[in-house]
Ligand binder design. Structure first.
Ligand SMILES: Nc1ncnc2c1ncn2[C@@H]1O[C@H](COP(=O)(O)OP(=O)(O)OP(=O)(O)O)[C@@H](O)[C@H]1O
Length: 257
């Protein structure tokens, strides 16, 4: 290892009920990396995040965070925005209430002044401070996602992990969200699962292809080998500058679009 490493995996294996979904996983993520995790459905991307978060424990191998902690020991240093977070929009919860939930300790709903200040700061970082007293249902999908990221930030994590945060968010709102993440990345490490290859060229500093194991690339260059590993032999369409590109060979019998 060279330099400070926030995340370190050494020969990690993980199975649900005896069938391994991740094997022989070894890689390390340096401080202030903007790591994008790509891969096919069911390849193990969410499981990889859960291992980093200590929500799953490996059957083999070791995971060390910040050079000294197990993921569980480091949980207070991790912020997580899960996939498909559903908030009941009929429930009249305000934006600041949602963010404050990130400061909950046990079942106590008593927040200190410091909690409120932290919540306001997190909203400001995500450009949502002027909506603090709005109801969640009054916001767009992209704005709601920014509030959920603020909730993950309110505990001042050193790593922010996001699982497909821009699914069902429109393109302009995605850009705003990613620009905020890039600003955040000046201070903290970001690990983000995405199916959208175009975010790699604009935001990533490293890419992990996850398909039963992890292929870690410490640069944002998208190579055909990476795509081959991540998506098998299926052709992949990349939309760059609004123009679709076919980046892998077609299957026999494929017709031109
Ligand atoms: N709790 C669970 N119990 C049993 N099997 C699971 C569980 N969670 C995930 N799996 C299986 O583990 C494999 C990896 O799932 P995972 O959700 O990590 O993949 P993914 O790459 O995030 O997929 P997607 O892109 O569809 O979200 C899949 O085959 C999935 O069905």
């Amino acid at each position: 290892m060279t330099g400070p490493q926030d995340i370190y995996f050494e020969d990690v294996w993980f199975s649900y009920n005896g069938s391994f979904v991740l094997r022989q996983v070894s890689f390390s993520v340096p401080t202030r990396e903007f790591l994008i995790i790509i891969g096919p459905n069911g390849g193990g991307k969410t499981t990889l995040l859960k291992l980093m978060l200590g929500l799953c424990s490996p059957q083999r191998g070791k995971i060390i965070l910040f050079g000294e902690y197990t993921p569980r020991e480091a949980s207070h240093l991790l912020g997580y925005v899960p996939q498909n977070t559903n908030i009941n929009l009929d429930f009249p919860v305000s934006v600041i209430d949602v963010v404050l939930m990130g400061r909950l300790r046990g079942l106590k709903f008593l927040y200190t002044k410091e909690d409120r200040r932290a919540a306001e700061e997190a909203l400001e970082i995500m450009g949502m401070d002027k909506y603090a007293n709005a109801r969640m249902r009054e916001l767009s999908q992209g704005q709601r996602q920014r509030v959920l990221i603020a909730r993950a930030l309110v505990s001042q994590p050193r790593i922010l992990l996001l699982d497909e945060p821009t699914a069902s968010v429109d393109v302009e709102a995605q850009r705003i969200l990613y620009d905020r993440l890039r600003e955040l990345n000046e201070k903290i490490t970001i690990v983000l699962v995405s199916h959208d290859m175009t975010v790699i060229s604009s935001y990533a500093t490293a890419v992990a292809c996850v398909n039963g194991t992890v292929y870690y690339h410490g640069s944002k260059e998208i190579t055909s080998e990476m795509l081959q590993m991540a998506y098998g032999s299926c052709p992949v369409e990349l939309v760059a500058h609004g123009i679709p590109h076919r980046v892998l060979a077609k299957h026999d019998g494929d017709r031109d679009a």
